[in-house]
Design a binder for this molecule. Structure first.
Ligand SMILES: N[C@@H](CCC(=O)N[C@@H](CS)C(=O)NCC(=O)O)C(=O)O
Length: 233
């Protein structure tokens, strides 16, 4: 009988989607609990994650309602830690056995954290130049080794990247972000057609085609949310 696992998450959050994708890939049973980030429940920070952030997991202990987490369960946070944790408890899925490939997974994730994530957030929400995004994609593209990041098996490297690219694409496609009107659309056109990014595009299409992505991603919901958040006056 597997340990109980409750995931505290939110549809909005790319970090949380990483973990939802990993859980969907492994088919581990879990309870999903949506946290309203605009109105976090009082019990969440003291009882689940002192940092007040999702994603967070309660693992093990007795079966309890998600709103009353047991002191006996282990509370674990941070999306990248959780990706490795899920790979560990799934008994070998999502992380190759070969040490070289494991290193490649971690290198890929390092580039996601240090280049892709800041470039997507920077352009979409902080008024930073789109060129940073092109530089980041050029940095990660050579690291794509097969259909997925490190070969033909889907790994936590793919789960770490895709929520940010998918959200970035919404921001560009619907031209909703912290930039002048039309700038997002122009960038979307470049992303979708520039021969420089051909390999990256094919890779992203393969990851987005997986059920684990499709079933954890609500484009309409995100579009609505970004539109409200970044409405131009
Ligand atoms: N480094 C964390 C980042 C998680 C994070 O920033 N989560 C945001 C939502 S996307 C959050 O919970 N914010 C709530 C708050 O800061 O009050 C991770 O990788 O899990």
């Amino acid at each position: 009988m597997p340990e109980t696992l409750t995931l505290y998450t939110a549809k909005l959050c790319p970090y949380a989607q990483r973990v939802e994708i990993a859980l969907a890939e492994t088919k581990l049973p879990f309870t999903r609990y949506e946290i309203d980030l605009g109105n976090k429940p009082d019990w969440f920070t003291p009882k689940v994650n002192a940092a007040g952030k999702i994603p967070a997991v309660a693992y093990g202990g007795p079966i309890v309602p998600p709103e009353s987490p047991s002191p006996e369960s282990q509370k674990i946070a941070e999306s990248l830690v959780l990706l490795e944790f899920i790979a560990d408890i799934s008994g070998g899925a999502l992380l190759p056995k070969d040490p070289v490939l494991r290193a490649r997974v971690r290198l890929f994730i390092d580039v996601v954290s240090n280049k892709i994530t800041p470039a997507v957030i920077g352009f979409a929400f902080q008024g930073k130049p789109v060129d940073d995004l092109w530089t980041a994609i050029e940095a990660i593209q050579p690291l794509i080794l097969g259909k997925y990041a490190v070969g033909d098996e889907f790994t936590i490297a793919d789960a770490a990247l895709i929520p940010f690219i998918a959200r970035g694409k919404i921001v560009l496609k619907y031209d909703i972000g912290k930039f002048e009107v039309g700038v997002g659309l122009k960038a979307y056109e470049i992303l979708q057609t520039d021969p420089r990014f051909e390999k990256f595009r094919r890779y992203i299409a393969d990851v987005e085609a997986r059920d684990s992505f499709k079933n954890t991603f609500d484009e309409e919901y995100l579009k609505e949310w970004y539109t409200t958040r970044f409405a131009r006056n």
